[in-house]
Design a protein around this ligand. Structure first.
Ligand code: NDP
Ligand code: MG
Length: 392
């Protein structure tokens, strides 16, 4: 390691979330290499204040303006600039001091700050997959124009990225692994009655609520197919989802000669986060290692798109192209929240998304403004289909 190296200054958008807190653990493991320059949250101002006190960033942002006064008061004795509002997220990522932006916010809200960071030529450590789902084509165009790299944080895409290191030949096929979530073995009838509490118990990963529900419905895997298409330039018919309940093989790439390269490891998001920060180097870590002798079997299954229709809808959106993935994402954000709040049943989520996809205005070559409008329109159409339910 080069002792003279300047510490990489990292802006973490969404530092109070699952990815954000694990990113801070990575920074804490390597205080000689990384510094948290910017930390942001939406509402959890107390946790943001604790993080700021410990990591002493130059700037913090609380997106929800009603928590600004409390946060500013909590940090009044420290030399930390405190901002509020979603526009502030777009501004702070542009600071000349920021070397990399980790997009660990959840949902469509990640799109604008990611674009602002790309325009400011900041390398992106991409966790917020919704950005690629909604506007992958636009993001790729901007990354080319501003010569900005995207380092994937999503474990599957990090695995694919790692499998591609040193390769110059085209990809024959991507093997995108999926845990199958908590309902992998449930019948359709059992799926009728699953509750949010059941869906929130993911077998292998401890994640934020939104992505945990998306994993239970397999919409998360559908989104990852879309993310893989844009990150690696591979058409959807060459992206094979394979259910692998142990989550040890994080994904793989097959080449023209039939060789398959995969990346394996214990399920721990700190590994891909750290690699996104340090690439092309690999840094020492104290994280758990795979134990080959307690791992009794690795199994693989075909996904069932009848029971997990959201996965089929993501492929359908990719095939339609244009703003269709943006529509699916927006409808999904509405049904995901409604399911969590007990206002929509598990299997209804896919039905509502499908109807929204059929009803919302299709735009073949959307601009940024079109994405904003499509997102708003699809949210409205999806919300109209959610009726108040008697308690589940
Ligand atoms: P969490 O819900 O745990 O955290 C989300 C973070 O974003 C929090 O800091 C939250 O602030 C902030 N936030 C939420 N909404 C807004 C908003 N409107 N404006 C500004 N900030 C906002 O999510 P995860 O960490 O699980 O996921 C983050 C992203 O990473 C998602 O896109 C997810 O798909 C992706 N991802 C996550 C993985 C995981 O293991 N968790 C794995 C792979 C990808 P507050 O705390 O104040 O609410
Ligand atoms: Mg993933």
């Amino acid at each position: 390691m080069n002792q003279e190296q300047r510490k990489k200054q990292i802006a973490i958008l969404g530092s109070t979330g699952s990815i954000g807190t694990q990113a801070l653990e990575v920074i804490a493991e390597h205080p000689d290499r990384f510094e948290a320059r910017v930390l942001t949250a939406n509402t959890r101002w107390q946790l943001l204040a604790e993080q700021a006190r410990r990591f002493l960033p130059a700037t913090v942002v609380i997106a929800d303006e009603q928590h600004y006064d409390a946060l500013a008061a909590a940090l009044a004795d420290l030399p930390i600039q405190v901002y509020t509002g979603s526009d502030a997220l777009c501004q702070v990522v542009q600071s000349s001091e920021v070397d990399m932006v980790l997009t660990a916010m959840v949902g469509f809200a990640g799109l604008a700050p990611t674009i602002a960071a790309i325009r400011a030529r900041k390398p992106i450590a991409l966790a917020n997959k919704e950005t690629m789902v909604v506007a992958g084509e636009l993001i790729n165009r901007l990354c080319r124009e501003y010569e900005v790299p995207i380092l994937p944080v999503d474990s599957e895409h990090s695995a694919i990225f790692q499998s591609l290191i040193g390769e110059v030949s085209p990809i024959e096929k991507i093997i995108l692994t999926a845990s199958g979530g908590p309902f992998r073995t449930f019948s359709r009838q059992q799926l009728e009655d699953v509750t949010p509490a059941m869906a929130l118990k993911h077998p292998n990963w401890d994640m934020g609520a939104k992505i945990t529900i998306d994993s239970a419905s397999m919409m998360n895997k559908g989104f990852e197919v879309i993310e893989a298409k844009w990150l690696f330039g591979v058409e959807p018919d060459r992206i094979q989802v394979v259910v692998h309940p142990q989550s040890v093989v994080h994904s793989a790439v097959q080449f023209a000669d039939g060789a398959v390269k995969a990346q394996l490891g214990v399920p721990d998001m700190r590994v891909p986060i750290q690699l996104a920060f340090s690439f092309p180097e690999r840094l020492q870590s104290s994280f758990d290692r795979l134990d080959w002798f307690t791992m009794h079997s690795l199994t693989f299954e075909r996904p069932d798109t009848d029971r997990f229709h959201c996965l089929a809808l993501a492929y359908e959106a990719l095939q339609r192209g244009g703003n269709a993935p943006c529509i699916v994402n927006a409808a999904n954000e509405i049904v995901n929240r409604a399911f969590l709040e007990g206002r929509c049943r598990f299997l209804q989520m896919a039905d509502i998304i499908e109807r929204t996809l059929d009803r919302a205005t299709f735009i073949q070559t959307p601009t940024y403004e079109d994405y904003l409008q499509s997102d708003a329109e699809a949210r409205r159409i999806a919300a109209e289909q959610i009726l108040p339910l008697p308690s589940l």
